[in-house]
Design a protein around this ligand. Sequence first.
Ligand code: 5RP
Length: 234
Amino acid sequence: MSQSATTQDELKTLVAQAALKYVIPGEYLGVGTGSTVNKFIDALAVSGIAIKGAVSSSLGSTGRMKSLGIPVVDLSLVERLSVYIDGADEIDPRGCMIKGGGAALTREKIVAAQADRFVCIADASKRVEVLGAFALPVEVIPMAAPEIVRRFKAMGADASLRSVNGQTLLTDNGQYLLDVKGLQIKDALRFENTVSQWPGVVTVGVFAHQRAHVCLLGTPQGVQTIVYEATAMP
Ligand code: 5RP
């Protein structure tokens, strides 16, 4: 690795390229969303690796892949995926993640759940001891948003509706997104189970059930491969 490859953008490029070795030629591939994944899509497009098709987690990734000649198929056509490649906003020592910074958490979780292996590609800034410094995205049904805000407030956290250019953001699924600040998520599995059951929550951006099996972490010293398979969840 070059000495100068230390900016966040360069680290994202490195891990995106490193992820190519997890792509299985002739198979379907699950593809996530975000700036790191965009770099992976670009690398895949010029790699010469012929996949059967990609299952996309967002309209954004679908558009990018199609524009680069990567065939995109609907998830309903695929029973299982061997590999799902996606970024993260935070990843803890067990491979549990916060995701949804790009508002694609629901489709990301759906596609990840149908994959045997989640390969997370992230720069070193995403590695944390405890999840929660990054505001947690939660996709919600609009009419339930005020009550869900109150529930987070009762937990000591502060949830606010995400907006873009002064307009409330609508996800690819036509729902609202809350960003929740002030959390410290020490038991990710329990937190995900609890919040997922609140009426009106579509998806909570904690990925504990769909945690990463492998993380390719871009560091100034190079790409570190962290394997979580042997780490038992409580
Ligand atoms: C999108 C996501 C992304 O994986 C996450 O936000 C990381 O994005 P980036 O690679 O741009 O840092 O969960 O919903």
